[in-house]
Design a protein around this ligand. Structure first.
Ligand code: URA
Length: 232
């Protein structure tokens, strides 16, 4: 990371302010005043006005997303999931939403300031599984389960879905485990076999299950073990 970016992340100052501190000779790298804003400072000691400054620890949250909240930073029409999180949870860096759930989908949603963790979970080739519980309009048939398990061609796509696991606890209640995350994937998969999702809830990402103590709209920090378990 560049020196000006490091100061900006560590202190919450803007890039321009950080560059001014550097120009003013207030910044030292490994004990030497540095006037080079572009110098790389990974694993080096940076001081500002003789105070050691460090990057804030990344933030990892799980939210029980309620229906009616949009997975977006801002929206003119609907409240967003970020409206449910108090600003003290991300003091210097903006929170990123890890993947998307539809407006009407409920359940496990992760938020973080750690872009590479976000990418590991959401990248198309991440193979990080997601478990959804769906209520269907019509009873599911054995044929439909077999088709979906093997992979189904979705409307206007060129490749079938990857193999997935499906378990039906009753004729209209199914649990589906996906290893990819296409747009509206669960709803489109059931539409492809002539059914319709009436309600959808995400229960798990990787090995990380939604905390049953969280009511819709509530969130909490993840433990270090949980951070790893979301994408083992
Ligand atoms: N699949 C969907 O169709 N909707 C979601 O919100 C998540 C997965």
């Amino acid at each position: 990371m560049r020196l000006d970016g490091f100061i900006s992340h560590a202190t919450g100052a803007s890039r321009r302010e950080a560059q001014r501190y550097i120009k003013e000779g207030r910044v030292a790298v490994d004990g030497e005043i540095s006037r080079d804003a572009a110098i790389k400072v990974d694993n080096r000691k940076v001081t500002l006005d003789d105070q050691h400054i460090v990057l804030p620890s990344p933030v990892y949250l799980m939210l029980h997303k309620p229906a009616g909240y949009l997975c977006a930073n801002t929206d003119g029409q609907h409240p967003t999931v970020l409206d449910l999180i108090s600003t003290q949870q991300h003091p210097t860096e903006p929170l990123q939403i890890v993947g998307r759930l539809d407006l009407d989908t409920t359940g496990l949603l992760l938020l973080t300031t750690d872009g590479s963790w976000n990418h590991r979970i959401t990248a198309p080739n991440s193979r990080c599984t997601k478990v959804y519980c769906a209520e269907l309009a019509e009873p599911i048939t054995a044929d439909a389960i077999a088709t979906l398990k093997n992979g189904v061609m979705l409307h206007s796509e060129t490749k079938p879905t990857l193999p997935c696991q499906i378990f039906s606890s009753s004729p209209r209640q199914v649990t589906i485990t996906l290893q990819e995350g296409r747009y509206h994937q669960v709803k489109r998969m059931f539409a492809a076999v002539g059914n319709r999702v009436v309600s959808l809830h995400r229960a798990q990402i990787g090995e990380l299950k939604i905390d049953p103590q969280l009511s819709p709209g509530e969130f909490r920090h993840l433990t270090p073990e949980e951070v790893i378990s979301a994408c083992p």
